[in-house]
Ligand binder design. Sequence first.
Ligand code: UD1
Ligand code: CA
Length: 486
Amino acid sequence: MDATPSLENSALLTAIILAAGQGTRMKSGRAKVLHELCGRPLVAFAIAQARAVGATRIVVVVGHQADEVRVRAGALFPSGVEFALQEEQLGTGHAVRIARDAAGLGEGEVLVLSGDVPLVRPQTLATLVRARRESGAAIALVTSDLDEPTGYGRVLKDESGRVLRVVEHRDANASERAVHGVNMGLYAFDAKFLGSALDALKPDNAQGELYLTDLIGLANANGREVVATKAPYAETRGINDRAELAEAEASLRREINLALMKSGVTMRDPSSTYVELGVEVADDVEIEPQVSLRGKTRIATGARIGQGAVIVDSTIGEGAEVKPYSHLDGAVVGARSLVGPFSRLRPGTELAEEVHVGNFVETKKARIGAKSKANHLTYLGDAVIGQGCNIGAGTITCNYDGAKKYETRMGDGVFIGSDTQLVAPVALGDNAYVGAGSTITKDVPADALAFTRPPLTVKEGWVARRKAKLAESAVGESKPKKAGGT
Ligand code: UD1
Ligand code: CA
């Protein structure tokens, strides 16, 4: 097999991706192709496969939740993907007709892929296309031998092994059902043959649909050859229900983790490490068990990710450490910074280098300068904080008045005593110093001390006096009541 899957001459390779069906067996309000594997919708896998094999045009047939499918696919592939609308899903053959009528098939070859077969390797598709080219066959199809072929179309052959036709499970008789060679729903067609043969399809089958698979029998009837290539089930399997979705995801996850480990990432327990497609992890990163890395997350070299951390759309700098059970979403963590355990960094958080954000600290739209620290129980929202600041335990930026959000600004070297409320909008100059327990409602200039503190009252001996008083009244209550008159 070729290391580079892309075909030599793909000038006229049109890919049609069938993605209009609802996916009844998913039992879902969402179209099947919008369900995700490792963070990416199923439809995106087929588009990526078509790209990888060098398709020059890609036509996605949409129907069920067509708009959502278009939007999701369009966001991931902003150009080079066309859509054809199949309003009523009258079968796989009908879907290809719709694509033909909307986009044309060209003169060359047509690759038909299923929106619900996500794990196919580009090499497998390149082999398929080559097999058809080299044989001059009308159709090449990918087959697999299954111990449990229920549900799949059976590939019927003659004694010499020539492919005759495909019969769907529902239409098959007992002896046909005993065949273990099945159709995986991936085809290469001679475009001219496909273009005209589609019109000959008839819905005379158990489902009353136009079956694309009937073209195999039709090719034979027209004296055209059909060739089959073989590929492993693990790779070519379709996703029909959520159990299959979970199995496919587990296998993709293993693959992603394996590739990361081979590239120099330590995973203490790869079986419980969830890394979505598109996440970048550099070498010498260490990942503890039960970590989720999602979306557009990037982790730079030497970073450590603690157990149970969930990191979404975030960037973790070189040598930074995210300690266990922290949740980061849309955050940037600078080099050698320390986050957590139990920190929550929300969108717009930007930590410069060597920042410390500790347990039960929540940040949102907060830019925190180098070497500043907020180590305990703090909320920093809509805040710009300079370098080398120390934010005491229990500090809260009061950024919301019930209607609008306001900003808190601090220069460098600011010290905020514990249990302080900073009522925004408010600004503190360089080296400003706030006494513990203060409510800061006005700007504090550089180098100033600010505090609000009710006077402290100390009453010496008060506890002892109170105890004695309480004891006395208890004795009074337990005295027997005087009986009347003796
Ligand atoms: C199909 C094949 C079957 C093969 C199996 C492999 C046919 C008739 N049968 O069966 O031989 O073993 O795939 O996975 O082709 N779709 C549309 N429009 C439609 C109908 C389907 O776009 O009108 C799309 C679906 O969304 C799906 C794909 O085509 O992505 C396959 O359809 P599905 O109903 O899952 O076909 P199978 O019954 O699995
Ligand atoms: Ca299917």
